[in-house]
Design a binder for this molecule. Structure first.
Ligand code: ACO
Length: 382
């Protein structure tokens, strides 16, 4: 007697489902199928009802928030401590000012404020959160994770929590990771945060990096919806570890633990090969946008807004040129916040939403590249 719906059996043979956190492999499914043959009709009905095909959910962003330090460091301020000029920084990067944390402020302080703003925007209580993912390379400490520190401060007692490291692509990587848990039905509500306090790993004697880096946080509340036309439509992630040393912090891990020598050699600061990164950034971000459009079968005219990582205005303009995409539909706030790495795209998304740049039904692409090297993007319908 074949008591399992035929379509259902075809589906379970095509893929492995995750149902409420339990992985149901094909072997388990077959065991389950066999065991049903020994059940009474009443028991069979009960199990069949409990064991329906797990629905596939869409992931929607229902709230965003951001938080940046109060202190503003302008290009003119940098002229006083470095051999640089407002003209050079403006022309070569598009940056005019950036936010810098106080000595006593840590990543979790900004993550907490951004998360509170996002939760209020989404009208979600901390107890409703199933998972917290914090994307960062400048967490409070190596462990516990900044996500666990945030979980405790928010009182999100039911949430699992983890950090994710993907450089400036961190928020995109975290968004795509969260999307996997939601689309499989494992979790319904996820808080994704991008936060950096780059000023604490900045070599303030190195003009080629000090003018670029800044601090801040952004957060998004993600929820499951059965509506297939809303939320995350397409995603793409990539990495190329061969470029790792073009952007890295040499010491502080197990390769070079902290020592007097590592401090004297200034190895606890970010090191960067700017021109190498520049080329990969333009190529990779353009490639991501093209792939997302192909996957969703849309044209550039369909995209209401591109929100790129804010690393350099010239990188953004070169990407726009490669894509033949108008700058008027690319969101730029680099002049105010400079490069906040993992926080950059989500701070930009929050600002875009709150300033009315995104309307219901708009197709929006978020795209980034960063240390690793990593790159990736997400296409969403709001
Ligand atoms: N002020 C004045 N002059 C400067 C400065 C400065 N702040 N920085 C560099 N210069 C000088 C250089 O010394 C060089 O002088 P030289 O010709 O006498 O040697 C000259 O300016 C040109 O230097 P370039 O490095 O060729 O300048 P470029 O136009 O490439 O701009 C920059 C440099 C802004 C770093 C660019 O390469 C860039 O944006 N790269 C990508 C950076 C990036 O996106 N990093 C990833 C994010 S960081 C993170 O992940 C946290």
């Amino acid at each position: 007697m074949n008591i399992i719906d035929k379509n259902y059996f075809v589906k379970i043979n095509q893929q492995t489902f995750i149902d409420y956190g339990q992985i149901l492999s094909k072997v388990n499914i077959v065991n389950f199928y066999n065991s049903l043959n020994h059940l009474s009709s009443e028991e069979t009905k009960k199990h069949s009802d409990e064991f329906k095909t797990p629905p596939v959910y869409s992931t929607v962003i229902t709230g965003t928030g951001s938080a940046v330090p109060e202190h503003i460091l302008t290009n003119e301020d940098l002229e006083k401590i470095l051999d640089t000029s407002d003209q050079w920084i403006t022309e070569r990067t598009g940056m005019k000012e950036r936010r810098i944390a106080k000595p006593e402020e840590a990543a979790s302080d900004f993550a907490f404020c951004a998360a509170q703003n996002a939760l209020a925007d989404a009208n979600v209580k901390p107890e409703e959160i199933d998972l917290i993912i914090v994307a960062t390379v400048t967490g409070d400490m190596p462990f516990p994770s900044t996500a666990c520190i945030l979980q405790h401060r928010l009182g999100a007692t039911k949430a699992a929590a983890m950090d994710l490291s993907a450089g400036c692509s961190g928020f995109i990587y975290a968004l795509v990771t969260a999307h996997q848990f939601i689309s499989t039905g494992t979790y319904k509500t996820i808080l994704v945060v991008g936060v950096e306090v780059l000023s604490k790993i900045t070599d303030w004697t190195d003009r080629s990096t000090a003018v670029l880096l800044a601090d801040g946080a952004g957060a998004a509340v993600l929820r499951a919806t059965p509506d297939p036309d809303r939320g995350i439509i397409a995603t793409y992630l990539a990495a190329d570890g061969s470029h790792g040393k073009d952007l890295y912090m040499p010491a502080g891990g197990s390769a070079i633990p902290a020592s007097i020598e590592s401090v004297q050699k200034r190895l606890h600061y970010l090191k960067m090969n700017g021109s190498a990164i520049f080329k990969v950034a333009v190529r990779s971000m353009s490639d991501v946008v093209k792939r997302l459009m192909e996957r969703a079968r849309i044209a550039t005219e369909d995209i209401a807004l591109i929100i790129p990582h804010q690393a350099n205005l010239r990188i953004i303009e070169a990407m726009a040129k490669m894509l033949n995409f108008p700058m008027s539909r690319i969101f730029v706030n680099i002049q105010k916040y400079a490069n906040t790495s993992s926080a950059s795209t989500i701070i930009a998304l929050d600002e875009a939403r709150r300033s009315g740049r995104i309307r219901v039904n708009d197709l929006v692409i978020m795209v980034a590249f960063g240390a690793g090297l990593t790159w990736g993007g997400v296409l969403l319908r709001f």
